[in-house]
Structures are given as C-alpha cells and as structure tokens.
Design a protein around this ligand. Structure first.
Ligand SMILES: Cc1cc2nc3c(=O)[nH]c(=O)nc-3n(C[C@H](O)[C@H](O)[C@H](O)COP(=O)(O)OP(=O)(O)OC[C@H]3O[C@@H](n4cnc5c(N)ncnc54)[C@H](O)[C@@H]3O)c2cc1C
Length: 473
C-alpha cells in the first residue's frame, strides 16, 4: 500500500504532480506530524477546529489543558530531535525543570521516596506552554498552512485509497467542501471520529481496546501566598495507584509564583470541584502536606474537573480493509490514563517514528509500515499505563483480562515497585522506563534483576524526606 507521498529522492522534476498532506487536528501530535510531513510533501494543511489563542492560553478543543501535564524526559528528547533548541526555548519561557527523585517529595503505596541524586528530569509547565512553543516554530514554515476554526466532517476516498477530507468552517450556515490530499493523518485526539468516517467510505474501522480505571481529576492554579514560605522541595507527588485510590500533585508552572494543584481519584473516589469538597479531598490524602500548603495559598481561578481519562488503543497497526494514505497518531491512535504523564511524549515519539520511517532509504514507507512504527512507540507507553491500571480495583474495559505473560511480569513488577522508593538502582531504572527514556527491558538488565530478585525491600522512611540526600539537588 503506497503511502501517497513519494520518497524524497523521487520528488524532483518539473512533471511531478504536487503532493498534499492533510493533518486533522492542530494540537501537539498534529503540529509535530505536520513538521515531519512538510519534508515529504509539497504542502501540508493542518485543519484545526479551534482558533488559536495568541499565547500559551487554554483553548476549548483541548479541555484537558487546564490540568497538570508532566513532560517526560523521553518526550522532551524526542522534541529536541524534531525541533533542535526547543527544550531550551521551553526553559526560557519558564517551564520548570525538576530533577527526579531529588526535587520531589513523593509518596507511593505507603512509602516516601528517598531523594537521592537525579537520574532523570521532568518539565512541569502548563499544557498550553509546550503547544504554543511548538506551534510558533512549526507554523513559521511556509510549507505548512493551518485552517483555523475549521473542522473535518468526514473522509473522501474508498477502502483502497484516501483522496482527501470533507471540511466545514465552524459557525452557522457554513458549506462543506472537499480538500483533496494524497495523505491524511488523524491527530484529532482521544475523541477521534475517524473510525466512523472510515466506515462511511466502506473501510474497516480499527479494533478498539479500552481499560478504564474511572479516573477523575480536579485542578486549580494558585499563587503560593504569604505564609507558605520557601519549600525545601520543588513539588509534591502523592501517587495514585492500585493500592491508593486518591492522589495529589503540587507543582510549579511557568509565571511568577504560579502553582498547579491536582487532585485525582479512581472510580468511587472522584475529587469534588467545589471549594469545601476540594479541601476535604486534599485532607483525605495519606499525608497533609498539600492540604497544609493550600490553607495559605491564594487560588487563581476556579476548580476544573475532568473525567474522560481511560486507556483507549485503536489498532490501526493490525491488518484491515483500510485505505492507503490514511494514518493516525497521538491520542487518536492511543490515549492513556493521564496519571502516567505520557500523551505529549508519545505524540513527539510518534513524530520521530514517522520521520524515521518516511526517510528510511532502505525500505519503502508503506502505510502499514509507517503506522506500525508509530503504534510500536505507543505500545511501550500502553504497556506501562495498562499494566498499572489492571491492578486498580473495579477497572473495566474489553482489554482488562490479563494474558498468560502478564502474570509473571506482574509478579516481577510488584517486586520492582516495592524497591523503587528506597533502592536507587531499581528506582533509577524504573524512572528511566517511566520517563519513556529507556525501553521497558531496562528493568531486566543484570544489575536491576539482581537488585529486584535478591535485595531486601528497603525499610520505609518514617517521615517525609524534607531535604534532598545530595546537596547539588
Ligand atoms: C486530564 C488529562 C491530563 C493529561 N496529563 C498529561 C501529562 O501529564 N503528560 C502528558 O504527556 N500528557 C498528558 N495528557 C495527554 C495530553 O493532553 C495529550 O497527549 C496531548 O494533548 C497531545 O494529544 P493530541 O495532540 O493527540 O490530541 P489533543 O491535544 O487532544 O488535540 C486534538 C486536537 O484536534 C482538534 N480536533 C478534534 N476534532 C477535530 C475535527 N473534527 N476537525 C478539526 N480539528 C479537530 C482539537 O480541537 C484539538 O486541537 C493528559 C490528558 C488528559 C485528558
């Protein structure tokens, strides 16, 4: 199945037809994919139903952007490969960069993490910030056009080949028109309607897998206010998992003394969005450190809730009667329980996979080959988030049932997790994998295996480690 775009070396010559790629959705996954596609097509059109704000502001097409977003090291490294200098731009714009585990007061499953020397870093700026920084770089290229305030309403083509999309400007009485394209890439997020659009042109929608722990978020921005004082740590993370159905995050974001506070709960433990309920929820966390901070802090705006946060994987990588030239990326391909902080990083890693497969001189980039490469990237993150969520009591979905291989892996991971808070060898490997900076097999290297299988579970700390163990935190 040809992908619809010629290989770069065949794009020369006056007689060649102009090649056009359309990207559905101009959020992080769509922008990064457009940045890659511009080197393989004559022009790229990004169709985005929102009108972009001028700066790093909330927009309705990305309702989750009011909530805490961690940018993991693996994702930041991928961004840097695509857009060199971008991570420095993010820092310049004020994205806080936190050393892990050194800077973070972290509680998980009954244990405080030792604040040993840094093995990785995470960015904690607001969600609109990286999108804005990426947007201004990507859209500065004249080969990329964006149709703002315009939505895709369907696909054009048949089960054999994609020919374009149907688009309509938003607002009453707008006409639908066709935008022809040689390649269409769906980056419209977890609520993508592409499966229904594929059915409408006689193609097969992808099989959809779900695992839903019933996660709910409630988030508010704050200024630290008088009395909160200088903290001896830069963030607090009370982790939510199968053992602890409520969690919370207190983290700095860009701007003068701005913080984000997130309350999270699995099904039956949803955090309220009213003032009193929010504070009560914070008080119900295993340690009062966030609740005490909130008492002195000054709220900036209201509390926002979010409830659509299951793991959803669309198996575009499996064989099916789907058109050549149609691809999916980002959350339209695979959406995750957000407590693992993976979606933006997977969007960036998918764009790297797109770049590498389209540019591979040894292999023809068929639709299937390119899609499988992006799905393989998402799979690493999927295994982490669904592996964790399968242990959440009451989890639902058609992909919950463990496979035979999951049982020994779960046994091993349980030993890993109990050693992470106090054993730096295991903790560092776990953080690298969780940051998508190393393959999941990093947990099975000889040094880690030895520590996991033969070292005792470290004694838990009796109190939160208010100071880092290394002075150069
Ligand atoms: C509550 C929550 C918290 C999260 N926390 C984290 C985190 O800590 N770290 C992390 O890395 N990720 C996190 N994520 C995931 C992260 O938000 C996404 O992965 C990230 O936004 C990139 O996703 P995307 O570009 O695929 O889709 P989205 O960002 O969802 O964007 C989809 C875009 O498509 C547009 N669109 C939709 N339909 C159409 C249409 N028909 N026509 C035209 N345009 C259309 C929308 O307007 C939007 O711009 C979180 C997600 C949620 C829900």
């Amino acid at each position: 199945m040809g992908i619809g775009l010629p290989r770069a070396e065949r794009t020369q010559g006056p007689d060649r037809a102009k090649r056009h790629a359309v990207v559905i959705g101009g959020s992080l996954a769509g922008l990064l994919a457009a940045h890659v596609l511009k080197d393989h097509a004559d022009s790229v059109t990004v169709v985005e139903r929102d009108r972009y704000p001028d700066g790093p502001e909330h927009r309705p097409g990305v309702p989750q952007d009011r909530h805490a977003h961690l940018f993991l090291k693996g994702g930041v490294d991928a961004l840097e490969k695509l857009l060199p200098g971008l991570s420095e731009e993010l820092l310049q714009e004020g994205a806080p960069r936190l050393a892990m585990p050194t800077d973070i007061l972290q509680w998980q499953g009954g244990d405080w993490y030792r604040r040993t020397a840094a093995s990785t870093h995470v960015l904690t700026g607001s969600r609109p910030l990286p999108e804005w920084v990426v947007r201004r770089r990507v859209l500065a290229d004249p080969r990329i056009t964006v149709l703002e305030g315009t939505e895709v309403t369907g696909l054009v083509g048949d089960a054999a080949r994609i020919r374009g999309v149907r688009v309509r400007a938003r607002g009453a009485g707008q006409e639908t028109r066709t935008l022809t394209a040689d390649l269409v890439l769906d980056a419209s997020g977890r609520s993508s309607r592409a499966p229904a659009w594929l059915r409408a042109i006689g193609a097969e929608p992808p099989h959809e897998e779900t695992i839903d722990a019933g996660l709910a978020y409630a988030t508010r921005f704050y200024r630290s206010g008088p009395g909160t004082g200088e903290l001896p740590y830069r963030a607090v993370y009370m982790a939510i998992d199968g053992r602890q159905p409520r969690g919370g995050i207190l983290a700095p974001v860009e701007g003068d003394d701005r913080w984000i506070v997130l309350m999270s709960g699995f099904r039956g433990n949803e955090p309220p969005t009213d003032e009193a309920g929010y504070l009560d929820f914070a008080a119900s966390l295993p340690h009062p450190v966030i609740r005490e901070w909130l008492e002195k802090a000054e709220p900036l705006g209201s509390i926002h809730g979010f409830r659509k946060a299951s793991n959803v994987r669309r198996r575009y990588d499996l064989p099916g009667r789907r058109p050549a030239g149609f691809l999916a990326t980002g959350e339209a391909l695979c959406a995750f329980n957000p407590v693992y902080g993976q979606g933006m990083s997977v969007a960036a890693l998918c764009a790297v996979a797109l770049r590498d497969t389209l540019g591979d001189p040894r292999r023809t980039p068929t639709t299937r080959r390119v899609q499988r490469a992006m799905a393989a990237v998402a799979r690493r993150a999927w295994d982490i988030s669904t592996g964790g969520d399968r242990a959440v009591p009451g989890v639902t979905g058609n992909a919950v049932r463990p496979r035979a291989v999951d049982r020994p892996v779960a046994w091993y991971l349980d030993r890993v997790i109990r050693r992470v808070p106090g054993n730096p060898v295991v903790g560092d490997a776990f953080r690298e994998v969780g940051s998508l900076a190393a393959p999941n097999t990093r947990l099975f290297t000889p040094k880690v295996l030895r520590a996991v299988l033969f070292s005792p579970v470290p004694a838990p700390l009796s109190a939160p480690p208010l100071l880092p163990e290394t002075p150069d935190a």
